[in-house]
Design a protein. Structure first.
Lengths: 107, 239
């Protein structure tokens, strides 16, 4: 099964989960997703997801100057984002349990 | 910021130009730190923009409105036909018809250069036109490879024929000083360069394609002289 296909549906949750641990700028979020094991995540997909979540009002953003290189625009969860993450996590756990049951029955 | 990053952001902005400028700036601001650290993973600006649009739920690039791409394409087509005819006409070019119409075609072509220059190396707005897509025939890959392998030879042949055409033209209009050879060489060099560059920068097609038609016209004209050369009459003909 193509991981990249699965990722499309859950990238929102993955990005929200990463940001719930600590605020981060775009490239930082990309790296943390990879470090967590999502190697196949596309850079532009993460940046696009951040913009969408921000435009939907789930994220706040603020700029932090960087000593070396350009300044960094950090994103963080606001209340709406935290609520959305909680809802998504519930949905995901139920879905994941269903899939595990289903696969357990056939394997 | 280095030049590579600056160029990348310029092209990225162009690929997002239909979006609100605040959103474009936010997107550019997001990508800047990675561009400074690890640009290799990002892909081309166009690929980056397309993937980002899909993930962000932004509309895919709206086709550029306006007549400019269509006018540019049709001026190219019409001047190509005119250039082919002019190459074949040669001495007839100085007739009333040619004298008054060909400069108009030439000026129209030069005017489109300023329009096409804004379209970028891939001339995407023209490539997106329905009439251009009609031209995009499904040619088998081996044929494409073979034709591509001929391209450098065609560029050279085209430059030689265009140079010959310029020489013929200069003689036709009675310009016999030492300059025609210099002009012919210069024009041939420009055409050779245009052909070479058109592989990567499609904007050069607006010079190389009409030049190719002119070259084909000149080739037909020269073929017409062959029987005269064979019969030995060439000495009596004002070529």
């Amino acid at each position: 099964m193509e991981i990249s296909q699965l990722l499309k549906g859950v990238l929102d949750v993955a990005v929200l989960a990463v940001l719930s641990k600590a605020d981060g700028y775009g490239y930082d979020v990309v790296r943390r997703l990879r470090a967590a094991g999502l190697d196949e995540v596309g850079d532009a997909s993460v940046y696009g997801t951040l913009r969408r979540l921000y435009n939907q009002g789930a994220l706040t953003s603020y700029v932090v100057p960087s000593e070396e290189g350009p300044h960094r625009k950090y994103y963080g969860l606001n209340d709406a984002g935290r609520q959305r993450l909680a809802d998504s996590a519930t949905t995901w756990r139920a879905f994941s349990a269903t899939m595990t049951d289903l696969l357990g029955a056939t394997a | 910021m280095n030049t590579g990053a600056r160029d990348y952001l310029t092209e990225l902005r162009a690929a997002l130009a239909d979006l609100p400028s605040a959103e474009v700036e936010a997107i550019v601001e997001d990508v800047r730190p990675q561009l400074a650290e690890d640009a290799g993973r990002l892909g081309t600006p166009a690929e980056y923009a397309a993937e980002l649009r899909a993930a962000a739920g932004l509309p895919a690039r709206a086709p550029r409105k306006g007549l400019a791409p269509r006018v540019a394409l049709w001026v190219l087509a019409i001047t190509t036909v005119a250039a082919g005819y002019a190459g074949y006409l040669n001495e007839g070019i100085a007739s009333n018809d040619g004298r008054y119409s060909l400069p108009v075609f030439g000026l129209a072509l030069v005017a489109t250069w300023f329009v096409v220059a804004r379209f970028g190396p891939a001339v995407a707005p023209v490539a997106a036109l329905p009439e251009t897509r009609l031209l995009d025939l499904r040619v088998p890959a081996p044929v494409v490879r073979y034709l591509t392998s001929l391209h450098p030879a065609w560029c050279l042949l085209r430059a030689v024929l265009v140079g010959l055409g310029v020489l013929l033209l200069c003689h036709t209009i009675g310009w016999y000083s030492g300059m025609p050879e210099v002009v012919a060489l210069a024009v041939a060099a420009i055409v050779l360069f245009a052909g070479h560059r058109s592989r990567t920068d499609r904007r050069w097609l607006w010079l190389s394609v009409p030049a190719g038609a002119w070259a084909a016209g000149v080739a037909f004209r020269l073929l017409g002289y062959l029987p005269l050369i064979v019969s030995g009459d060439i000495g009596y003909v004002h070529v």
